[in-house]
Design a protein. Structure first.
Length: 429
């Protein structure tokens, strides 16, 4: 709130006469074609790929999740509008409104394998909608846009842009940036909310946990000089898993998590390299492989105590883009270190909705090539190989193998892989 008040005070100046507001539409029509070697957790018509599903044996010993499949669609096409031209004093104002197709697709199905449906009619979905004002030294922004920890993305053409090896979230926020004496250093502070990308908890994934007395703030520092860009920051999240218990008695609960990150980028001519690493407590609200669980009971005998999981996620990508060609390689690694304190039971471990609580680690390698025709039309081909190390959840007698001391399934570790071949046809305007 203090950022918004400061911004309004700074902008309280007389508008210049005869200002011309400009409207610049932009967007693209994008067609994806994907082949996967097994069933996976993947959203948006299976194009936003997260992780391959664990081995699931039927009574004949067949892995039912080994199911090669193919799909293609144009629903990730996008439409946006940049608005500019308004000023007051030395302050310039602008806005962005951006949509794509997503909502309206069928979410349920009687299919025993997928438990979902790819059918339906896609509708417009809000991606970004924000206003900004800057004077070269300060920049204020309010609305929905990329989370500060998710804004820098790797060189891939896939819809997941490297997730879950890096934060992925667009959030309602109010932010302020200060270009420190024009030295190349920029200080950023923001307060954020949750909408599509939410925390998990005892009632599933929901924004209610931050609504009921929670908050999220971010602080970071960037440095840019020549072809070098570096960022470091930390995200602080506080949520309230429950306000009342099962007997409708009021409880006093909460969990606070810290997630620092570092991002580096270097560009020289047609060559560019990027890398990002984050050590997150929880982090599921940014699509990381994490969460939290119940570790005890408060002195009042009703309120529960919570402990977060800890996970490390790192990615790096290299691109060489001479002329119309673009060649790149992406690599990512994520490790689940388990919970900070022992968790009472596996049923009280609340993990990312797009992952599995028995995921111990994963890695991915993605080479790709894109050819740009006449600056507007692009065709591309990408190979994405993802390997996950899962822990076995039950022994042969059906007994749980959950380790409450670590908050992990750390027995019977086994690899599960998926190979995806992705094709792209994209027209940009």
């Amino acid at each position: 709130m203090f950022l918004l008040v400061a911004a309004l005070t700074a902008f309280a100046q007389e508008e210049k006469p005869k200002q011309k507001i400009t409207f610049k539409p932009y967007g693209f029509i994008r067609n994806y074609y994907a082949f996967d070697t097994r069933e996976s957790i993947a959203l948006t018509e299976d194009f936003f790929f997260y992780v391959p599903k664990d081995i699931a044996l039927n009574d004949e010993g067949d892995d039912i999740n080994y199911n090669p499949n193919f799909k293609f669609a144009a629903l990730t096409s996008r439409l946006g509008l940049d608005i500019a031209g308004l000023s007051a004093g030395n302050w310039n104002f602008s806005a962005r409104f951006e949509m794509d197709f997503y909502a309206g697709l069928s979410a349920t199905s009687k299919d025993p394998l997928t438990k979902g449906s790819l059918s339906g009619t896609a509708q417009f979905r809000l991606r970004q909608a924000f206003v900004s004002a800057g004077n070269g030294t300060f920049l204020f922004k309010a609305g929905q846009t990329w989370h500060p920890m998710a804004a820098d993305m790797p060189h891939v053409m896939s819809l997941n842009t490297g997730a879950p090896f890096g934060p992925f979230s667009r959030s309602p926020l109010v932010s302020a940036e200060w270009n420190i004496f024009k030295t190349g250093l920029t200080l950023t502070a923001a307060t954020l909310w949750q909408m599509q990308y939410t925390s998990t908890g005892p009632y599933g994934a929901s924004a209610n946990y931050i609504r009921n007395g929670g908050y999220e703030v971010y602080a970071g520092l960037s440095f840019k000089k020549g072809g070098f860009l570096g960022r470091a920051g930390v995200d602080l999240l506080h949520i309230t898993p429950r306000v009342i218990d099962d007997n409708e008695h009021r409880v006093a609960e909460g969990i606070t998590t810290w997630s620092p990150f570092v991002y580096l980028q270097f560009t020289k001519g047609a060559f560019q390299i990027k890398a990002k690493t984050i050590f997150a407590q929880g982090g599921e609200h940014m699509n990381l492989n994490g969460g939290y669980g119940v570790c005890g009971v408060s002195e009042d005998g009703r309120s529960l105590l919570y402990t977060p999981t800890r996970n490390s996620s790192t990615w790096a990508s290299v691109q060489y883009a001479p002329g119309k060609w673009q060649f790149y390689v992406f690599g990512g690694y994520a490790k689940n270190f388990g919970s900070m304190q022992p968790i009472r039971s596996e049923n009280e471990l609340y993990f990312s909705k797009n992952s599995f609580s028995n995921l111990n680690s994963m890695w991915r390698v993605t080479p790709g090539i894109v050819y740009n025709i006449a600056k507007r039309l692009a065709i591309g081909l990408e190979y994405e190989h993802t390997c996950v190390q899962y822990g076995k959840m039950k022994d042969d007698e059906g007994k749980s193998l959950f380790n409450p001391e670590k908050g992990l399934y750390d027995q019977g570790i086994h690899d599960v892989t998926n190979s995806r071949v992705l094709g792209l046809i994209k027209f940009t305007f």
